[in-house]
Design a protein around this ligand. Structure first.
Ligand code: ATP
Ligand code: MG
Length: 319
């Protein structure tokens, strides 16, 4: 079946999943999403989340995307279910139907994600900061023997993290985001030593490592629910450098204007081996691509504030 936000209840009832006495009452969008179709289905017995991947980016059907990403997501939830810590932070998988690219999971509730952080009007609580470190430690110490290489998704991400943002003529007018940003970006797009470092780092990202990463560990993947912070959407997961997850996290702490001590705290708790230099580089490139790449965030920042972050990012990468 082809799942859409307006797929009829009748058609949803044909998915080989429901219990005999189950009546489907309602289907609605589960929340904000670009990549996939994600719906919340309410029945007389429960509420579940159904996610379907398509051979393209759902919001931009002209952009092809690997349809197997839902398998990666399923595999990730399967692997992490070995850890009771990680189970606590994740939705339970109820059914996976690979032929239909459908993943059905527990509904964690109508909470919001942590995207509000970019408005700069709230700080993560102590508990939430602890949750994020606890999650990453439990994940990074798993080191499963096998995991899908997720090459196609990594290539997609690679383009938007390490390549596109640094092309002078990429056709994306940053002045449409904020006037003055286009000119500001040129300094970075034409900085040869910086670009060389980023290219190297990009090659490293594409290699396979031993540590299982979430792969997209940013506020859009964290849900605020009644039962606390949860982590969803591991479709970019792969075996790689743990510094990548941490670097992305740190970049978003900067973009969300969180106090510097949050990072100190996380580093203090994160007891696994780590290269501070590599962490800095991944943090730097994530900062740059979010500021001058296509995957823009609803940032509440002046051009000057963005410039300070760009300078910081450059230093993180080059020093
Ligand atoms: N298990 C769940 N429980 C409650 N809400 C959920 C659950 N899974 C997803 N959602 C909601 O649906 C939204 C979209 O889900 P998800 O991020 O997995 O989709 P996506 O298509 O991969 O999104 P993106 O384009 O951001 O990658 C989430 O932001 C969240 O609001
Ligand atoms: Mg996603």
């Amino acid at each position: 079946m082809n799942l859409e936000e307006n797929t009829s209840l009748e058609e949803i009832s044909t998915i080989p999943f429901w219990k005999a006495d189950e009546n489907i009452l309602k289907s609605e969008s589960a929340g904000e999403s670009n990549m996939n179709v994600v719906v919340r289905v309410t029945t007389n017995l429960r509420s579940v989340i159904i996610k379907q991947s398509k051979p393209y980016v759902n919001k931009f059907p002209q952009i092809p995307a690997p349809i197997e990403r839902v398998n990666v997501e399923h595999e990730f939830f399967k692997v992490i279910s070995k850890s009771s810590t990680l189970r606590n932070y994740s939705p339970q998988v109820l059914k996976f139907i690979p032929e239909q690219h459908l993943l059905i999971t527990e509904d964690l509730g109508k909470g919001s994600d942590f995207g509000g952080i970019y408005h700069g009007d709230f700080n993560l609580s102590k508990t939430e900061v602890n949750n994020l470190s606890e999650y990453l430690i439990a994940l990074h110490e798993l080191e499963p023997k096998e995991f899908p290489d997720n090459t196609l998704m990594k290539k997609l991400n690679h383009e938007h993290i390490f390549s596109f943002p640094f092309q002078v003529e990429n056709g994306f007018d940053l002045d449409s985001v904020q006037y003055g940003l286009q000119e500001l970006s040129l300094k970075y797009k034409t900085n040869i030593p910086l670009k060389r470092k980023i290219e190297e780092l990009g090659k490293r990202y594409l290699k396979q490592g031993e540590t299982l990463l979430h792969g997209d560990f940013y506020p859009g993947s964290w849900l605020k629910t009644e039962a606390g912070l949860k982590v969803i959407d591991p479709e970019f997961a792969f075996l790689g450098d743990p510094e990548f997850d941490l670097g992305v996290l740190f970049a978003h702490l900067d973009l969300g204007q969180q106090p510097e001590e949050v990072k100190t705290k996380i580093l203090h708790t994160y007891a696994l081996p780590l290269s501070p230099e590599l962490l800095n580089q991944y943090q730097g490139v994530e900062l740059l691509r979010r500021l001058i790449g296509i995957a823009q965030l609803p940032l509440n920042m002046t051009l000057d504030q963005k410039e300070s972050l760009l300078v910081k990012a450059e230093q993180l990468i080059l020093s």
